[in-house]
Design a protein around this ligand. Structure first.
Ligand SMILES: C[S@@+](CC[C@H](N)C(=O)[O-])C[C@H]1O[C@@H](n2cnc3c(N)ncnc32)[C@H](O)[C@@H]1O
Length: 480
């Protein structure tokens, strides 16, 4: 049982503040090398950097390196508070060890402390994870934070809150925050995280939308337990009893009934690519007549997928590995799964359709502002672009390739440096059009001049190039 009372919360906050137990404070104490090693789950360099025994060293060793620390050092680091009774540390001999992970975390220029279960597998330790394990700040958690559209509103919902990290990130931007989970331990730790950060969080027990029946939100975020696995998987943080990708399907299908008009739902997701079906069509069936965007960041074949998640559970190299591997493969075969897509889905509760695409390339982070901008453009660009005075976006560069000495380039590519860092191959006409977009002439005027120059009918140029110009506008190559 982990419970942070008012005295413990205030004591921890004060102690962390005095010691400098912050993102920057820890980074400065560890230095680049030990920090990077800790990012790879190796603690030895960090142990060397935390030998002074001062309060910050004690906190780092206790929570981040999972070392035993003399009880006396803990008393000095956390004066006047008992960390044993609330279940934050456990005693063993004259030393104590952390029972939960409490670490500083920063995003968007703000900082918090997050309470979660201890990071498994430090220094290559093979640990079987408890089935109610509560994940800390994982790479997927950060992806969702970076994907979240930077809006403000009245109410936000964090489904599958775990340690509460998404809710923290939404705090201050919404007046009411609701967080749900089915794991009682996650509910406890999310409450502890909220308390420690003075965040008013309404934490509710229940599956998916059950705890919020009849309620609507301006933003719903979820990093759900999306792993597509055979029945019997018992890691609540990643698996559910749902078949295939039904957990994601239900989150998406039911989102509009829990969103305000114009509200947003953003999910990380895994989806199955089923034999004989296009994945884009399956997802379009879920998003219906709502405006939505699905991005497949990675696609794995069934064996790559099974290996990924068996390793994640620490099962690689164990006696049950071959059997579990075989069972999982059989399950995917039985469901006609050819591959698994891994990515994001954003649904905006206005009329529209789904745009689904693979985009496995490096992107700018946070991507949320660009997601918002793309939706705005898809939904608000006028039908007639002729009257718009366009400008090339500041981040666009033109790359040309071709034979040395050739009069004309063989290919011209426009590349954005920001957002999804998209690249579009264009012909000389479109390159000429974009080059002329300085806000002076209208789109129609530039296209008419190009038609004249090429001795082609204006109507032909308009019908060839206006759809391409619309695409460049949607993808942010052009501004208006
Ligand atoms: C991958 S973790 C995400 C934790 C956290 N939100 C984050 O972004 O790091 C998924 C969470 O969903 C919870 N969960 C599992 N099944 C659920 C269900 N049916 N309804 C709601 N939450 C569920 C798990 O307990 C876990 O806390």
């Amino acid at each position: 049982m982990v419970e942070f009372s008012g005295t413990v919360v205030e004591g921890l906050r004060a102690a962390f503040g005095v010691a400098g137990y912050t993102v920057d404070g820890v980074a400065a104490r560890l230095g680049d090398q030990a920090n990077a090693a800790l990012g790879r789950n190796e603690t030895a360099p960090a142990v060397r950097r935390t030998a002074s025994g001062d309060a910050l060293d004690t906190m780092i060793r206790l929570f981040l390196l999972q070392r035993s620390v003399p009880e006396n050092d803990v008393h000095k680091a956390f004066p006047g508070i008992d960390l044993v009774a609330p279940g934050i540390v456990v005693r063993s001999g004259g030393e104590v060890q952390a029972a939960v992970d409490v670490r500083p975390f920063g995003a968007d220029g703000r900082e918090w402390w997050v309470v979660a279960d201890l990071t498994p597998g430090l220094d290559g330790r093979r640990e079987v994870m408890r089935s109610d394990y509560v994940l800390g700040i994982a790479p997927a958690s950060l992806s969702l934070i970076q994907l979240t559209v930077p809006i403000k509103g009245e109410r936000a919902l964090d489904i599958g809150t775990g340690c509460g990290v998404q809710s923290l990130h939404l705090a201050g931007r919404f007046n009411q925050l609701t967080a749900t989970d089915v794991n009682p331990r996650a509910l406890q730790l999310a409450r502890a995280t909220a308390a420690l950060n003075h965040v008013d969080l309404d934490v509710r027990d229940g599956s998916l939308y059950e705890p919020v029946a009849g309620e609507r939100y301006d933003l719903i975020v979820s990093n759900p337990p999306y792993v597509i696995s055979p029945p019997g998987g018992d890691l609540t943080y990643r698996e559910t009893g749902f078949t295939g990708d039904a957990v994601v399907e239900q989150l998406v299908r039911q989102a509009p009934t829990h969103l305000t008009d114009g509200g947003w739902c953003q999910l990380l997701a895994n989806w199955t690519c089923v034999r004989g079906e296009q994945w884009e069509d399956r997802l379009a069936g879920w998003t219906g007549d709502r405006s939505a965007w699905a991005v497949e960041r990675e696609r794995l074949d069934p064996s790559e997928y099974v290996e990924l998640w068996l390793r994640d559970a620490g099962l690689h190299g164990t006696p049950q590995y071959p059997t579990r591997y075989d069972e999982w493969m059989r399950y995917l075969e039985d469901h006609d799964v050819e591959a698994i897509g891994m990515g994001w889905i954003t649904l905006h509760n206005v009329e529209g359709s789904l745009h689904a695409e693979p985009w496995p390339y490096e992107i700018e982070r946070p991507i949320g502002p660009h997601v918002l901008q793309r939706f705005e453009r898809v939904e608000t660009l006028p039908n007639d672009l002729n009257g718009l005075h366009l400008r090339v976006a500041d981040d666009v560069v033109q790359e040309t390739t071709g034979q040395p000495g050739a009069e004309d380039p063989a290919t011209i590519v426009l590349r954005r440096q920001r957002g999804l860092r998209r690249a579009e191959q264009v012909d000389t006409v479109l390159a000429g059009f974009v080059g002329a977009c300085d806000g002076d002439l209208s789109t129609g005027q530039i296209l008419a001049a190009l038609a004249d120059l090429m001795d082609r009918p204006v109507v032909e140029i308009l019908s060839d190039y206006l759809p391409k110009i619309r695409n460049l506008l949607v993808e942010g190559f052009l501004d208006y």
